[in-house]
Design a protein around this ligand. Sequence first.
Ligand code: FAD
Ligand code: UDP
Length: 366
Amino acid sequence: MKSLVVGAGFSGAVIANLIATKLNETVLVIDKKDHIAGNCYDYRDTNGIMIHKYGSHIFHTNNEKVWNFIKQFGDFNQYMHKVIAIIDGIETTIPFNFNTLYDVFPQTMAKRLEEKLLEKFEYNKKVPILEFQKQDDEDLKFLANYVYEKVFLHYTTKQWGVSPNDVDGAVTARVPVYLSKDDRYFQDKYQGIPLEGYTKLVENMLNHPNIEVRLNTDYKDITENFDRVFYTGAIDEYFDYELGQLPYRSVNFKFEEYDREFYQKNSVVNYPCNYDFTRIHEYKHYLNDKSDKTVIAKEYSEFFDLGKNERYYPIPKDENTELYNKYLEKSKRLNNVYFLGRLGDYKYYDMDKAILRAIELFEEIA
Ligand code: FAD
Ligand code: UDP
């Protein structure tokens, strides 16, 4: 085997596929888990419902290269994600948009706010909450405080353990105030769920005579030598935490099964003001799975604690980036070891960004 790929998530599977198909070289892919697909792993349960084990995954991208690459491995449906939120007991949509405005405020008040917003901002503009808070007009100031408090403050505190002012602005900017009537969570050109699931998609990527996959295998168990190593695990773990641990947020999904057709009317319902969980996922909505039963998961965020739970989210923050950069410097002194992926690059990548990073790294080395 010429190359070793550590991790069989999207990042590892993409690079392994490209080496096997484009360079016609052999690759060993290992994963310490007992399954492929990393955090995108899904499976059909006994009720025939496709469960996303590590939380809802919705594919979305504007990148033609990524889309053309990924669709070679499976067809997608035309699912366009919407998120319902319960704000003061009112069911509405997130991101906060003009429809939300009319859901949560009386008609005349919503109209006044809408007119003021349209005087100030272009229609369809997306404004991150931290920027939206900078208002001079008293009505808009009230609105900005309302959105900050009702949508962002408690949710972000539950998710990150700190207030929106203390997380990197890019995090809350993922869900901006949207001056539009478009209720979708993403506006990307290509969106959908793979018809046979993410695991099947990754399996198809890895299904090549040049690729061998070994599960339940940690990098530490590997004794063979390779010309190149592609490492999609945590970069600090690779270096035995020599410079200290990179912090992460973890998530705990509490699954519940109900003897009824639906639990909620949407795949994801956010609870930005109430309860300890951030959101509830109901999986059968993604592929329109038919069953008399339903399965949901309540998502609880928690600190990552080495050996106790899993790394889910790198925490974008200056001091963490500084520590990551020190590991990056060390990694540059290694010969033919490449780091990539959410954990290898310590970046809050969506699937399309992880795929693009793997494609670009391949192009660099090839
Ligand atoms: P991972 O999927 O984490 O894969 C890394 C793999 O490496 C793992 O399987 C791990 O077991 C293995 N590994 C690590 N260390 C070792 C070792 N030492 N030895 C052997 N194996 C090792 N993105 C979207 O685009 N849309 C979404 O809706 C979306 N929702 C998400 C929801 C949640 C809760 C989370 C956490 C992420 C979500 N993402 C979403 C992001 C998506 O999960 C990532 O972009 C994607 O999983 C990144 O793939 P990866 O291969 O880099 O990492
Ligand atoms: N967010 C929030 N309220 C919401 C939805 C999102 O405060 O109802 C903030 C929160 O800080 C969250 C971030 O926006 O971590 C990004 O949300 P996204 O849904 O993109 O997070 P992910 O799906 O990656 O967990």
